[in-house]
Design a protein around this ligand. Structure first.
Ligand code: AMP
Ligand code: ZN
Ligand code: FE
Ligand code: FE
Length: 278
């Protein structure tokens, strides 16, 4: 198993393990490479690189950017981009700031629903991470109002749910353009998840527009894609000469997944790197 896990989260977003812990897990598995793709931040890069220093593990710096189209999430993975590119860094900063405002509103909604959680506790649970719904859900679980995070999502926090507050998000096409102008490559994350209600994924015409914007790859291999979806997105990638990527979307013990359970072959990573703007 000498591939690359191109999709992992750490405590710098809503994962429960530090970048160094992810590096240690990847080394134990003998992975060749590991991408750190926290939501809307590059804050974990330095710690990951430091931990991998002196090992054979290659760190692929990345981020999973929370784009949105017509109210549903479209996650875009960016790799190797310049973290100081002014426009992209500014956009990420704005997304993170708006997450905080949105968390305050979400906490108020829970209050109105009779579930008292405090913003202080939510901030504590998030630590250095931009606040995400999973942090808020964890605070709700602590009150005893629900047994686990997925119950909180099912009852209140799902898109459009009674405690759901929309957040500022960038359009996926602009997101791909921004990653490219910051000299990175963009990959469409798990296109079979999210999308309009009942659509079973991101609509084809939206995927096409994102491809036209200069997408380099499609994450066909994701733990939450079934076999049909994996085949469909592999074919779509082939038809558009895009790289087929894969990753575990590891979140520590926040999700029932193992780091390295899905990987990308080294030659696909090579093809991805060849797409870097010169
Ligand atoms: P946010 O970016 O704050 O809107 O939160 C999105 C995150 O919530 C995703 O990355 C998932 O990890 C998590 N999430 C979304 N839907 C669910 C769900 N139904 N059950 C559990 N976690 C979810
Ligand atoms: Zn996440
Ligand atoms: Fe995602
Ligand atoms: Fe993710």
């Amino acid at each position: 198993m000498a591939g690359y896990d191109l999709h992992t989260h750490t405590t710098f977003s809503d994962g429960t393990t530090s970048p160094a812990e992810n590096v240690a897990l990847a080394c134990e598995l003998g992975l060749r490479g590991l991408a750190v793709t926290d939501h809307d931040t590059t804050a974990g890069w330095e710690a990951a690189r430091a931990a991998a220093d002196g090992t054979d593990l290659e760190i692929v710096p990345g981020a999973e950017i929370s784009a949105e189209h017509e109210g549903y999430s479209v996650h875009v993975l960016g790799y190797w981009f310049d973290p100081e590119h002014r426009e992209l860094a500014g956009e990420l900063e704005r997304i993170r700031g708006e997450r905080d405002r949105r968390a305050v509103e979400t906490v108020e909604r829970f209050g109105q629903l009779g579930i008292a959680i405090s913003m202080d506790r939510v901030r504590e649970l998030a630590g250095p991470a931009p606040i995400g719904r999973p942090h808020i859900a964890a605070a709700v679980v602590e009150t005893g109002a629900a047994d686990d995070v997925s119950e909180v999502f099912d009852r209140w926090l799902h898109d459009g749910g009674p405690a759901y507050v929309a957040k500022y998000a960038v359009d996926p096409v602009r997101c791909v353009e921004l990653i490219r102008s910051a000299r990175g490559v963009a990959v469409l994350a798990h296109p079979g998840l999210y999308g309009p209600p009942g659509a079973g994924g991101i609509p084809e015409e939206v995927v096409e527009r994102v491809i036209e914007a200069g997408l380099a790859g499609i994450e066909a291999d994701h733990p939450d894609h079934d076999e049909d979806q994996r085949t469909r997105y592999r074919d779509l990638a082939a038809a558009n000469r895009l790289v087929v990527s894969g990753g575990s979307d590891y979140h520590g013990d926040r999700k029932d997944l193992r780091l390295g359970e899905v990987t990308t072959a080294a030659d696909e990573v090579w093809r991805l790197r060849e797409r870097l703007p010169r």
